[in-house]
Write a protein that binds this ligand. Structure first.
Ligand SMILES: C[S@@+](CC[C@H](N)C(=O)[O-])C[C@H]1O[C@@H](n2cnc3c(N)ncnc32)[C@H](O)[C@@H]1O
Length: 260
């Protein structure tokens, strides 16, 4: 159960007029009745399938490594990428948002990393659109007590947070699932404060054009998007980010940058 202070601190970051209700499991629900989650795609529907939330962290998420090639990073290494790319080692990073956090498998690690760095006033927030995923996140995070940690049930296409309100924004393994990925990406940029860091992991087109086209076509029926190598770095540079970096492992890209 999220503690009351984490919930209050999270609410204080919302835009004026965002309604929120606290559920019995401690998750803050900011969904508006008229905004149905985008459930038209098979991949989206799968993420709201209860049993997946139970096996996701141990059995499902490690399979993403197949997408990254045999020498690709393990999930543990990915977590260290996130900590580094988000600048959690910097003193000024206090408020961290993990968008499309699933069962909190990265969120908890980010919270523990801030606690290890003795960042006593840190707040980590996980946001996701799937009720089963967040119910699992709340359960598994009950023992993470050294950092304020809260979960929000909402839509990444319309984040409830004020502009420039978050010190570091993470979004791993999700942009390829949503029907409006560039809208979500714009939201990540909007809520990040100047000087704050963004870390994203998603798919990338690789290999000769014909192979990349075939791959994109093969995954399309499942609702997954395979992005171009410049899709996100271009947006960040146009938005005036500095220290924009991209690392590619197999058919996955890690993109990071600092907002100016
Ligand atoms: C593959 S999981 C990623 C979980 C975690 N970030 C990780 O790296 O393992 C993708 C998550 O994206 C969430 N998601 C999909 N569309 C979303 C949306 N529009 N708003 C918020 N979350 C969304 C799903 O519910 C799912 O939990």
């Amino acid at each position: 159960m999220a503690d009351a202070r984490a919930v209050d601190r999270t609410r204080s970051l919302f835009r004026p007029g965002v309604p929120s209700t606290l559920r019995h499991d401690g998750v803050l629900d900011v969904r508006r009745p008229e905004s149905e989650p985008d459930g038209s795609r098979a991949a989206q529907r799968l993420m709201r399938f209860g049993p997946l939330a139970t096996i996701y962290e141990r059995a499902w998420r490690p399979l993403f490594r197949l997408w990254m090639g045999v020498s690709g990073p393990t999930v543990d290494v990915e977590r260290t990428f996130a900590v580094r790319d988000l600048g959690l080692v910097d003193d000024s990073t206090r408020i961290v948002l993990d968008v499309a956090c699933g069962p909190g498998n990265f969120t908890r690690f980010l919270a523990e990393s801030l606690a290890d760095a003795d960042r006593r006033d840190a707040l980590v927030i996980g946001l996701d659109a799937s009720e089963p995923m967040l119910a699992r996140a709340a359960l598994d995070s009950a023992r993470t007590t050294r950092t304020d940690l809260a979960y929000v049930l909402g839509d990444a296409r319309e984040l409830p947070f004020e502009d420039d309100s978050i010190d570091a924004v993470c979004c791993y393994a999700a942009l390829y699932l949503v029907p409006d990925p560039m809208r979500v990406f714009a939201e990540l940029v909007r809520v990040l404060r100047p000087g704050g860091r963004l870390a994203v992991m998603t798919t990338v087109r690789r290999g000769p054009e014909v192979v990349a086209d075939a791959m994109a076509t093969a995954v399309r029926p499942s609702g997954l998007t395979v992005f171009g190598p410049d899709d996100f770095t271009d947006v960040l540079r146009r938005a005036g980010f500095d220290v924009v970096e991209q690392r590619i492992h197999g058919a996955a890209q890690f993109v990071t940058g600092r907002k100016r």
